[in-house]
Design a protein around this ligand. Structure first.
Ligand SMILES: [Zn+2]
Length: 265
């Protein structure tokens, strides 16, 4: 069976508390041989490091999601650096900018939240640069700014723009900036022709696969809780869209992930 990696999962979320062992076992059974668990807060980053210690197939990426930036300390560099040095930590993130879910806020609060996001994004790019790690980038309605800040760190760290849902033109912009994209179950949604066009436009070796579970289950599980095993259905769909074999897709996406995430074996 062709192996695949889930390069973006949130197994530390409460959605998985009741049946975590079974979830990891189902992934292994489906040929998903590596699961990268991504931190969204400092506390969550500690949890994903623990999960990596507990399950051989799990690796950790540590960082603070932009939507949590204003809830964390002003300076996360010391704690994040310490976390990033733990065994099986292979990247920094998810970090980035999110101008979408800002909620109902006064102009002053908005400015505060935005400036905290910008500050923590740069702090995480600095930590990644100083440790020689790459970054998982979350952006929503902030594509150009997220990419131009990342560009300042070119040569020191790279990013993967995860859950890629923009256009083929934007995908090529990411690659031209020396970074990568990764695709979720959204790729299988009927309405997501732009995402399939983006997938069609990027060469093998420049993209990875992910679930972003518990969110975004691919067809035929759409609307249900997503889990890493469903990378199998995603991979089958992606191989169809790319017109390649599952073995080719497996080789390319796993090699890309190993090259991008330092220490991922
Ligand atoms: Zn995520």
């Amino acid at each position: 069976m062709a192996e695949f990696f889930d390069t973006h999962a949130h197994l530390d979320f409460p959605d998985f508390t009741a049946d975590l062992e079974a979830v990891v076992e189902r992934a292994t059974g489906a040929g998903i041989s590596r699961i990268l668990c991504i931190g969204t807060t400092l506390a969550g980053s500690r949890r994903v490091v623990e999960l990596a210690g507990r399950f051989p197939s799990v690796y950790a990426v540590v960082g603070v999601h932009p939507n949590h930036a204003h809830e964390e300390p002003e300076n996360i560099v010391p704690e994040l650096t310490e976390l990033a040095r733990q065994p099986k930590v292979v990247g920094i993130g998810e970090t980035g900018l999110d101008w979408y879910r800002l909620g109902d806020k006064s102009p002053e609060e908005l400015e505060h939240v935005r400036s905290r996001q910008r500050s923590l994004y740069r702090q995480q790019l600095e930590v990644a640069s100083s440790l020689g790690l790459n970054c998982v980038i979350h952006q929503r309605e902030a594509f150009q700014e997220a990419l131009s800040v990342l560009a300042e760190y070119r040569g020191r760290t790279r990013g993967v723009v995860h859950c890629f849902t923009a256009t083929a033109v934007e995908a090529k912009e990411v690659l031209a900036a020396g970074s990568l994209v990764s695709f979720t179950g959204i790729t299988t949604f009927k309405s997501a022709q732009n995402v399939r066009d983006a997938l069609g436009a990027v060469p093998m070796g420049s993209f990875m696969l992910e679930t972003d579970c518990p969110f975004l289950a691919p067809i035929p599980y759409r609307g249900k809780r997503c889990e890493p095993a469903y990378v199998r259905e995603l991979a089958e769909a992606v191989a169809g869209y790319k017109g390649c074999s599952l073995d080719e897709l497996s080789r390319a996406t796993c090699a890309t992930a190993r090259e991008f995430f330092r220490g991922l074996t």
